[in-house]
Design a protein around this ligand. Structure first.
Ligand code: SF4
Length: 552
């Protein structure tokens, strides 16, 4: 039985907890006395309590995040009552700030704030030694500040990804921590200074992961391309070892793509790279209010290069609800971004993350946030609650239709030659009036609704709409012609767009399948579709901390 259990509730099973593995890797002599126990937020809290207590630990370390703080509080409350002698240590971004006001913290013995890679081991050692010696409490304060660990002294955790993780889960890696920028809504703005993981050691571990069969790598660096030499070295490393099915995800600063980096990006097979780029707002006054600056000209040039000359899958982020941004201003930014043609546009609602300086605008811009996680904005001076609700629905329908890859050809028909924002908002209002919901709409039903909207509301030629929908449908590997389309499609339709196994329903693959033939020769094949609906919980260059980096 382990003396120490490291645990967290992941957003989904597929996300392997990165931070827990760092803590376990750095336990030193205590490592054999510790074990990982991962759960997800869909499991019942009491079942989790039962599983944890069955291990009979002396210490339990919990990774607490915005997506799990509710159920984790329930788990803790039960453990406190059932086994009060177990030492509870919390860590993670959700408990690293505003420690005085949180119910979950009242249930813990200790909270380690910041990056606890080394501090967790020190606290466990102290507590276990004190327990053996019969010493009482008081060894450590309740709130323990971890400080900034020296990256040269940290053991990398990659051997703690087991074969099951490698085969079935998203494996996270990092080449650096911290961000030099100061965007006020983002926790990473507090992560100063930027620190590199020693590159030779990292590459050695990446080599082992490749040899063990890992095909998809998700880098969690806040700004992967900040250090051009390091990012180029890592990209070249992967390029030299590229195998069909490999897929690499990076978060990039969108206005920084020097020629040396472009050269190596150009050599990657289409579909093998995914870049997530935070735009957040195109409004320079809003950018200035939230201390975020970016060069829009350079960014547009980089988008043109990436979309025009490479097969990189681009996922760009925008935020609704920033101080100073109107609905019309957001809409103009959305239209501008659609014009730059990333495959996906993730529209997020502003969240007030604990510890972030965005709160300084609360009074002037009348920012009212939901007090419950994920602390999304309910209204502000420029967008009232009902308008915000309307935009919230817009984001959900956009994700289903705009980002899913299921409607790549049909999507532009929604706005035609007009404003994409205005056109899609009209669809969003219509869908909500028709269905009264923004979730659990089956794909074929959504297709039918979209078909009705295009032909009845927009008076589009039904054949044109039906053919676009049918091609989109087949692109996902499906071939059962929906009955409502049959009258509008040629009876002898050969279903020529039907895709083989490699392009089955992976979102990135569906997007890629609309690219010119030269850009479609290689598709991601691993079952792990890098899912931004979950990753949206943890942006680097966007809305929130990483979902799986514990205790930072
Ligand atoms: S939004 Fe991106 S650039 Fe800004 S502080 Fe966060 S990680 Fe850094």
């Amino acid at each position: 039985m382990p003396d120490i259990v490291l645990t967290t509730l992941n957003a989904k099973y597929i996300h392997a907890a990165f931070g827990l593995r760092y803590l376990l890797a750095n336990l030193g002599t205590l490592r054999p006395r510790a074990a990982l126990a991962e759960f997800d937020i869909n499991q019942r809290p009491l079942d989790i309590v039962e599983a944890l207590l069955a291990r009979n630990p002396k210490i339990i370390g919990f990774g607490v995040y915005i997506w799990n703080v509710g159920p984790t509080t329930e788990v803790l409350a039960a453990i406190r009552r059932l086994r009060p002698e177990i030492k509870i240590i919390l860590g993670g971004p959700e408990v690293s700030y505003e420690t005085e006001s949180q119910a979950i913290i009242a249930l813990a013995d200790h909270v380690i704030t910041g990056e606890a890679d080394l501090k967790f081991a020190e606290v466990c050692r102290g507590l276990l030694d004190a327990g053996q010696a019969g010493a009482g409490d008081g060894l450590f304060p309740r709130i323990i500040h971890a400080g900034v660990p020296d990256m040269n002294g940290i053991v990398l955790p990659y051997d703690l990804y087991n074969d099951d993780d490698i085969a079935h889960r998203i494996v996270y890696v990092e080449a650096s921590r911290g961000c030099p920028f100061t965007c006020e809504f983002c926790l990473s703005s507090l992560d100063i200074p930027v620190r590199q993981i020693p590159l030779p050691a990292l590459l050695e571990h990446l080599q082992v992961l490749l040899a063990r069969g890992l095909k998809q790598f998700k880098f969690v660096d806040r700004t992967f391309n900040l250090n051009g030499n390091v990012s180029r070295t890592i990209l070249e490393f992967f390029l030299e070892r590229y195998q069909p099915g490999h897929f690499y995800h990076f978060e990039m600063v969108p206005d920084r793509l020097p020629e040396a980096l472009r050269e190596v990006i150009l050599k990657f097979p289409p579909g093998s790279l995914q870049f997530e780029v935070g735009i957040q707002t195109f409004n320079e006054q809003v950018g200035s209010l939230i201390s975020r600056r970016q060069n829009h000209e350079k960014m547009a040039d980089n988008f043109r290069f990436l979309r025009g000359s490479t097969g990189v899958h681009l996922h760009a982020d925008l935020i609704i609800g920033l101080p100073g941004e109107t609905q019309a201003g957001f809409g103009a930014g959305f239209d501008r971004l659609v014009g730059l043609d990333p495959q996906e546009i993730q529209v997020g609602i502003l969240k007030r993350l604990r510890g972030t300086p965005i709160v300084r605008h609360d009074t002037e811009w009348q920012m009212i946030y939901n007090p419950h996680p994920p602390y999304e904005i309910l209204q502000n001076k420029l967008i009232d609650f009902s308008a915000m609700q309307r935009l919230r629905r817009f984001t959900r329908y956009w994700d289903m239709i705009g980002n899913s890859g299921n409607f790549v050809e049909t999507r532009p028909l929604v706005w035609g030659a007009g404003s994409p924002f205005a056109g899609f908002l009209r669809l969003s209002d219509w869908l909500h009036a028709r269905t009264g919901r923004t979730d659990s709409i089956a794909l074929v039903r959504l297709m039918g609704l979209l078909f009705d909207f295009l032909k009845d509301e927009l008076s589009l030629d039904p054949r044109l709409a039906a053919e676009a929908l049918w091609r989109d449908y087949q692109r996902g590997g499906r071939h059962d012609k929906p009955s409502f389309l049959k009258d509008f499609l040629p009876a002898d339709d050969p279903g020529g767009l039907r895709n083989g196994k490699s392009s089955l329903p992976k979102r990135q693959a569906r997007h890629l399948a609309t690219a010119p033939p030269a850009q479609t020769k290689s598709l991601p094949q691993n079952s792990a579709d890098l899912d931004h609906s979950a990753l949206a919980d943890g942006k680097t260059c966007a809305l929130m901390p990483q979902p799986d980096r514990v205790m930072e």
